[in-house]
Design a protein around this ligand. Structure first.
Ligand code: HEC
Length: 130
């Protein structure tokens, strides 16, 4: 029993003290903050997802900027499509939304490409771009 308790304490100390370092993700700019407000106001998450969470009518937007580029994403947001509404946003609002999507993009990759399982059972992402 004592051995188990000691093992538990050591294991807990290892698991709960690794992986909590501050990330190098850059802080959100004022423009991206404005984009986040618009994203919430227009309820983009009703149809889109970040990290797989959200509505499922449109595609996941976590890495849309690195996959498709700012111009492509901005064009979708500005004009809409048959299945995505046109929100009649002005160019500043479109750039703010693109800045917000670019901010989200650099926080991680979804879906994660490769996992590494460490000796203590922690799972980390091998290709984490952070
Ligand atoms: C009513 C549901 C709906 C809402 C609300 C919505 N979208 Fe979309 N969006 C879609 C659909 C569906 C597509 C795919 C359209 C297509 O391929 O024709 C899409 C595509 C996109 C794309 C291109 C993604 C890609 O990988 O091709 C971007 C960027 C985007 N939306 C951003 C936004 C933003 C920002 C908002 C909020 C201002 C928003 N959407 C609100 C349904 C929606």
């Amino acid at each position: 029993m004592t051995t188990l308790c000691i093992a538990f304490v050591i294991y807990s100390a290892t698991v709960y003290t690794t992986g909590t370092a501050a990330t190098s993700a850059s802080p959100m700019s004022a423009e991206a903050r404005h984009g986040q407000e618009l994203f919430q106001d227009k309820n983009c998450i009703a149809c889109h997802q970040f990290y797989g969470l959200g509505g499922y009518m449109g595609p996941d937007l976590t890495n849309v900027i690195s996959k498709r580029g700012e111009a492509y994403s901005g064009a979708f947001i500005a004009a809409g499509t048959v299945s995505m509404p046109n929100f009649n946003l002005d160019t500043d609002e479109v750039s703010a939304l693109v800045a917000y999507l670019a901010f989200v993009d650099q926080t991680g990759t979804y879906p994660p490409e490769e996992y590494k399982i460490e000796w203590n059972g922690n799972v980390s992402q091998v290709d984490d771009p952070r």
